[in-house]
Design a protein around this ligand. Structure first.
Ligand SMILES: Cc1cc2nc3c(=O)[nH]c(=O)nc-3n(C[C@H](O)[C@H](O)[C@H](O)COP(=O)(O)OP(=O)(O)OC[C@H]3O[C@@H](n4cnc5c(N)ncnc54)[C@H](O)[C@@H]3O)c2cc1C
Length: 423
């Protein structure tokens, strides 16, 4: 018997919906199971955060027809926020300025040096959600099942059976392949017993946006302080998106501060590079951990996005890594389908896993090292890290390698990341 779907994607967050779009036109019948629909205030993926997209992610979104929707001035961003005036939903990062509070070293990366129009792009998660869903609606072979919660998953020789609670009624669906895109606490991962190694950073990220006296002019700031890194990313309406990592209790206190006091404290940590901070948005705190899984694939199962890895947001790499999972997996599945191979077979899925291992490992190590080096207070390390920052500024090769990683262009790139169509 023919299964209900070729592929069931569990989780319609930023990664799951991107995969749905990427599989459009492949001839594969796809279902996306999402617990909390886009637009619901409790939706955890499309919330008040912003995401810094690498140049590589831009190329993937461009190849998927999402970039055009996202980049219309006044388009998605106006729809989401109710803003009337034309304001593009995407802010280019022209420069990245990295510094260490109280020490002399700093470095900067510049888009002109890299010969690209931008080092990355800042997009509000909600704006990205609107664009992803607008694009998904144009893909007839993908069905969005929501609100639907995964309850159970089992595998037999040639198919997987998935039990969902679909608007209060229990339904059983079958598929040739299940893709877990259900986030850091993946229910699929738990149901099948794939162990995740979780290392708590003992930090939470306070997320908000602020307006400063001076224009950001497309500069992203990464500042390492004793209590943790502060990132300020340029966003629309001359606001800066703030990701401030702090010990959890301090983070809760900072979230609860009156606005004026919050701005004072942020100013003390960040310094005066943008002049005085004058206005802040709502604040939320997110606990930070490094999560790694040993198995990314099993017969008829793949884990992608946060279900497969969570990172510290210091280098803004988590979603970008997940989007490269999407581009690589879509390519492997479309090619297998074209050859007439079984898309749930381990031979096919192993190709995907082997391809992604190195990037996964490199990005999570790079991010983890960044957090650990900069959170160490010992004298020699402080000196070494300042020399390190200066060295990066002076040695083009080292800088180039950081730049390629930051831009999402290191390693073997999927066709979508090279701007080529899949189908
Ligand atoms: C403070 C912070 C800042 C960040 N900044 C950046 C950045 O600048 N750049 C970057 O690249 N990354 C960034 N990230 C990382 C990025 O947010 C994640 O990588 C991204 O959200 C992962 O998307 P996902 O779709 O895999 O998972 P999620 O966003 O967690 O989505 C999972 C989806 O699955 C659904 N779901 C869960 N369980 C079930 C179930 N049982 N049944 C059905 N559906 C289910 C959920 O409702 C949700 O929609 C940041 C993260 C944090 C915490």
């Amino acid at each position: 018997v023919q299964p209900d779907y070729d592929i069931l994607i569990i989780g319609g967050g930023m990664v799951g919906v991107s995969l749905g779009v990427a599989l459009g036109g492949s001839g594969l019948r796809v279902g996306v199971v999402e617990a909390i629909p886009y637009g619901d205030a409790r939706q955890p993926s499309y919330d008040d955060r912003t995401v810094a997209l690498t140049y590589g992610s831009k190329r993937i979104f461009a190849a998927l027809g999402i970039w055009d929707i996202l980049h219309q001035p006044g388009g998605m961003s106006a729809q989401v926020s109710g803003r009337e005036w034309a304001d593009a939903g995407v802010t280019p990062i022209k420069r990245i300025h990295i510094s260490d509070r109280g020490h002399f070293g700093f470095t900067h990366l510049d888009s002109n040096e890299a010969g690209v129009e931008a080092l990355g792009y800042v997009v509000e998660n909600r704006v990205l959600g609107a664009a992803l869903h607008a694009r998904l609606q144009t893909v007839p072979e993908v069905t969005l099942l929501q609100p639907a919660v995964l309850k159970q998953v089992e595998f037999s020789g040639d198919h997987a059976s998935v039990g969902i609670d679909y608007g209060g009624a229990v339904r059983k669906l079958s598929a040739r392949l299940v893709v877990a895109a259900d986030g850091g606490d993946s229910a699929v991962r738990v149901a099948v017993g794939i162990a995740a190694r979780r290392v708590e950073y003992g930090q939470s990220a306070v997320v908000t946006n602020v307006t400063a006296e001076r224009a950001h002019e497309g500069t992203a700031f990464e500042r390492f302080t004793e209590s943790g890194p502060i990132a300020l990313l340029p966003m629309s309406e001359n606001r800066c998106a703030v990701v401030w990592s702090l010990p959890p209790r301090q983070a809760d206190d900072v979230v609860a501060l009156p606005d004026a006091e919050f701005l004072n404290q942020l100013q003390r940590g960040f310094g005066g590079r943008l002049g005085r901070f004058i206005k802040t948005g709502v604040r939320h705190a997110y606990a930070l951990a490094l999560t790694r899984v040993r198995e990314h694939v099993r017969s008829r199962l793949v884990l992608i996005g946060n279900a497969a890895h969570t990172l510290h947001p210091v280098a803004g790499q988590g979603f970008n890594l997940g989007l490269r999972d999407v581009a690589a997996l879509a390519e492997v599945l479309v090619d297998a389908q074209r050859r007439g191979d079984d898309i749930g077979d381990m031979r096919v899925l192993r190709t995907y896993a082997e391809w992604r291992t190195r990037d996964n490992f490199a990005v999570s190590n790079f991010t983890d090292a960044l957090v650990r080096i900069f959170s160490n207070r010992f004298g020699p390390l402080v000196v070494a890290r300042n020399l390190g920052l200066l060295a990066v500024d002076l040695v083009p090769a080292a800088k180039r390698s950081i730049m390629l990683r930051t831009m999402g262009l290191a390693g073997r790139l999927p066709r979508l990341a090279r701007g080529l169509p899949l189908v």
